[in-house]
Design a protein. Structure first.
Length: 573
């Protein structure tokens, strides 16, 4: 369950008083240096324009970079900042200011990516890149790839005499061209003290691209013409890279990448374990997507080549929860290996895979059996769905609004549309999307009412777009950068005012506060939503939490104050 971890206590003694307790932990940080070379961008004027870095590290707001006009490269713009996240993938791009003119890299609209160090207090100096990856035909550059196949040999998924190993990526159109070969001189030692010499190496002689450009790749084993791709776990925060590996092209004559494990699986002893998978389909039943009488559920992962052979999950019609589907799978792999999987269902709508960005994973234990926790299909908790049809008002300020293409919004000629509600699955940007109206006229505030049907997500992910007759409509922010807010009451709800270009992401719930109100009462307030309610407890050291289901979907309550101290918390089962 999810719960708010800071508690509030209220008591009455000779008069009402408030006791607050909370814990604040210093966030882990990484010192990151951004570097971009503007020398090949003819449109950039350093006398009137500047450069910024925008990304997931700062909500896609502008972090200003500076250049040294008297330095060896006056066109190199740099900046160093402390980022309070570690061990995650950071998405970012460079922009020309003013106007947030985003670069277009590698010939498409992808973001740049970097993996932040896991250790707090680390530093990361990003490879100098050309704005727009402008030097795209530079090269040829030589890059050496290295992958440790010891565990794949250990568990029998790679037999050198009958299989061929390739490095495939954006640099070679994901083709099989240069087979990798074993270099017996490279020795590795695992955590059990076992030594192996199963590192396979391939030097690709002619990679062309812009220095600093993200190059994607993966390792693939081919057996009798059938490809077996590795499926390493995506780094935390990597929501748009299909679990691909990537590196920055150094731009030097030769570049050697570090040795990594195929599938991120280190050399370890082998275990065979009966693993129980469990998925709850209740939310899919409630929103009409899943019919237990005709639809089926499967578990798919690296242990069955993502679907072959088929592994069906079954339910128990006599159980308390008939929507719980399970499967027991015999898995043979290394102790401590990270097994990747997802559930697949022949559901009425959105047939196929769960919709989370990343695969699920678990660590294979050194045991004969292992029971995984129950999860909701697509992580969609029934409490995350609207229990009733709700008329939702979306509103946005267009004052000084500028599109990602630099177009200044003109209320006299431009139109404004919204994409995303009620499903959060974005359709094609076109003029059939809901159009917002200026209300009141001349105010700069545009709004629209949309009926969000029962069973739709409480969380609404959406984006605005300006139609000026020239630019495409998806022009509020880069791809994947959206507004995220929650419908916090049913029947009718007015979303807080958005600002065009400020992709605000609301927390699901929280902000529990206690203030004095009328005599004998205290006002308990919080950021509420359907599926979230208050719990109380007399002491942290004893007793149990009492549910107050009457507060579900509320955002405040006037609590009577007694002589007993009470602790409050928010809970989302």
């Amino acid at each position: 369950m999810n719960s708010k971890t800071n508690f509030r206590s209220v008591r009455r003694a000779l008069g009402a008083g408030l006791l607050f307790c909370s814990a604040v932990l210093a966030p882990a940080t990484t010192l990151v240096t951004f570097q971009v070379d503007m020398s090949l961008d003819a449109s950039f004027d350093p006398t009137t324009q500047t450069v910024a870095a925008r990304g997931s590290f700062n909500g896609w707001s502008a972090f200003a970079l500076t250049n040294n006009p008297n330095g060896p490269n006056p066109s190199l713009w740099t900046g160093t900042t402390n980022i309070p996240t570690n061990g995650v993938v950071m998405s970012y791009k460079y922009t020309i200011e003013p106007g947030a003119n985003y670069e277009t890299i590698s010939g498409d609209s992808k973001n740049r990516l970097a993996i932040l160090p896991a250790a707090s207090g680390s530093s990361l100096v990003l490879t100098p890149a050309y704005y727009n990856d402008a030097d795209s035909s530079a090269g040829p550059f030589s890059v050496t790839f290295q992958v440790d196949m010891a565990q794949q040999i250990n568990v029998g998924t790679f037999v050198a005499n009958s299989a061929t190993l390739f490095t495939r990526g954006s640099f070679n159109a994901w083709a099989e061209d240069y087979p990798m070969t074993n270099d017996p001189s490279i020795l590795t030692t695992n955590q059990y003290g076992l030594v192996s010499s199963n590192v396979y190496v391939m030097t690709y002689p002619s990679i062309y691209g812009s220095p600093g450009e993200n190059i994607e790749f993966k390792y693939c084993v081919t057996v009798n013409g059938v490809d077996h791709w590795e499926s390493p776990p995506a780094a935390v925060g990597d929501t748009a890279n299909n679990n691909n590996r990537f590196f920055d092209l150094a731009g030097s004559t030769s570049q050697v990448l570090p040795v990594i494990y195929f599938n991120n699986a280190p050399y370890a002893p082998v275990v065979t374990s009966l693993v129980t998978f469990q998925v709850d389909m209740t939310a899919q039943v409630l929103n009409g997507n899943f019919d237990p009488t005709t639809d089926t559920v499967e578990v798919r992962g690296n242990f069955n080549s993502w679907g072959t052979p088929q592994i069906l999950c079954t339910n128990n019609p006599a159980a308390i929860n008939t929507n719980l589907y399970t499967a027991v799978v015999s898995i043979t792999d290394g102790v401590g290996s990270a097994e990747q999987y997802k559930f697949w269902a022949s559901i009425t709508l959105n047939t196929g895979w769960e919709t989370m960005a990343d695969n699920r994973s678990f660590v294979l234990a050194n045991a004969s059996s292992q029971v995984l926790p129950v999860v909701y299909f697509s992580d969609l908790n029934p409490d995350d769905l609207l229990p009733a049809d709700t008329l939702v008002t979306f509103q946005v300020s267009m004052t000084n609004a500028v599109s990602t293409y630099g177009h200044v919004f003109d209320s006299a000629t431009d139109q404004l549309f919204i994409n995303g509600p009620p499903s959060g699955n974005f359709a094609n940007w076109d003029t059939t999307l809901p159009q917002l109206a200026n209300s009141p006229a001349g105010s700069g505030i545009y709004s629209i009412q949309i009926l969000i049907p029962m069973g739709s997500p409480v969380q609404q992910t959406y984006k605005y777009g300006i139609n000026d007759g020239v630019d495409p409509l998806d022009n509020e922010a880069p791809s994947g950068s959206n507004h995220v807010r929650y419908v916090r009451s049913t029947g009718a709800y007015v979303m807080p005012l958005d600002t065009f270009g400020n992709q605000f992401v609301e927390p699901s719930f929280g902000n529990l506060e206690i203030t004095l109100s009328s005599p004998g009462h205290a006002l308990i307030s919080w950021l509420g939503r359907p599926g979230v309610h208050l719990q109380t407890r007399g002491s942290l050291g004893s007793g149990s939490w009492a549910d107050h289901l009457e507060t579900d979907g509320l955002s405040s309550t006037n609590w009577p104050v007694s002589g007993q101290a009470l602790l409050f918390r928010l809970i989302k089962p």
